[in-house]
Design a protein around this ligand. Structure first.
Ligand code: SAM
Ligand code: SF4
Length: 331
């Protein structure tokens, strides 16, 4: 089997899959208040179609996958789906990204089904602010979800915090406090304005460099050697903390040179980069009777479409011209 290597020599072994474009929240950085125009149900990949794609991709060297959305926990029969993924040879890790609202009731059964770990989005530790940012979410539910995930052993648990100027930039020390008291890994993520988002770069962007300066007051940030080959996050340990602190900085410090990802959208397009609309339509190919070999060729085509780098820095102030919905692509 030839591994997936892109035109710039990067090995591609990680697939993120958005299993739905629907969500129970309307985070201000992800969606407009009225939500997005959803794909009709018939356009959304079935679990059988996803398993088929993952099976072919695993045969090409994809060893790690992440289930995302929209909100993945709103999709029925998720446990069954994870159980079927678990049986795919070559797939070593199945992770999930969730807003945590329904995690409390599902954490143990997800673990039992074969899920390895979760990332939870948590953008404020102040209930009213959490409600404002998510437009309706409950901080209590998300924190209970986090505790349930810890009890179920869905570890390491990463907490994703999108940095939002004027909204949660006053909570940096509180978030670090969470990593001090609980064994969770806080990851501060720089805001990326999107086509469907309402807020510009100027309005919301807060750089992870500024966060690092704020965290300096807590002690030395000791870099953690990454035992996985590539990671979008730069992570640090602080003495006396149970968890760690990391930074995902697509704008101030992009990690494109080590990118190892493909993204499958909820409607079945395999996207070469979060910031490029170049993709191949696997759903249409399957509908037209594509064999597994045909799918393998299309997956290689998507890898060949990967750009060297995104150009967010070149147009950080603008709204993207391309159609760009985080919940269809999965973030
Ligand atoms: N609903 C799940 C959740 O919120 O975790 C999964 C889907 S969400 C689209 C996946 C990730 O994308 C989340 O961690 C979210 O914070 C991140 N995200 C969404 N819009 C973003 C934006 N404009 N800039 C940076 N991160 C974003
Ligand atoms: Fe939903 Fe996640 Fe987007 Fe928030 S970030 S609106 S929880 S898909």
């Amino acid at each position: 089997m030839d591994e997936l290597i892109d035109s710039f020599g990067r090995k591609i072994d990680y697939l993120r899959i958005s299993i739905t474009d629907r969500c129970n929240m309307r985070c201000i950085y992800c969606m407009p208040p009225e939500g997005i125009l959803h794909s009709p149900y018939g356009r959304i990949l079935s679990f059988e179609e996803i398993c088929r794609i993952v099976n072919v991709a695993a045969g090409l060297g994809i060893s790690k996958m992440r289930i995302t959305g929209g909100e993945p926990l709103i999709r029925k029969d998720l446990n069954l789906f994870i159980g079927n993924l678990k049986r795919i040879r070559g797939l070593n890790e199945i992770a999930l990204t969730t807003n945590g609202a329904y995690l409390k009731e599902h954490a143990f059964s997800l673990k039992e089904a074969g899920l390895d770990r979760v990332n939870i989005s948590l953008d404020s530790l102040v209930p009213e602010k959490f409600l404002e940012i998510t437009r309706g979410g409950s901080l209590e539910n998300a924190l209970e979800g986090m505790e349930a995930a810890l009890s179920a052993g869905l570890e390491p648990i990463k907490i994703n915090v999108v940095l939002l100027k004027g909204l949660n930039d006053s909570e940096i020390i509180s978030f670090a406090g969470l990593a001090k008291s609980r064994p969770v890994h806080i990851r501060f993520i720089e805001y990326m304005p999107t086509h469907l988002g309402e807020y510009s770069y100027e309005e919301l962007f807060f750089s992870s460099l500024e966060v690092r300066a704020i965290l300096d007051s807590l002690g030395e940030l000791v870099p953690i050697e990454n035992n996985c080959r590539v990671s979008a996050a730069k992570s640090f340990r602080i003495k006396g903390f149970c968890g760690t602190i990391g930074f995902i900085s697509p704008i101030s410090d992009n990690f494109c040179s080590s990118c190892n990802k493909l993204r499958l959208t909820s409607d079945g397009c395999l996207r070469s980069c979060l910031h490029s609309s170049k993709s191949v339509d696997l759903k249409a190919a399957m509908k037209n009777g594509a064999s597994d070999n045909d799918l393998a060729v299309l997956i290689r085509d998507a890898v060949n479409l990967k750009p060297r780098s995104h150009d967010l820095r070149a147009k950080p102030a603008g709204v993207f011209s391309e159609d760009f919905s985080m919940c269809q692509i999965g973030g």
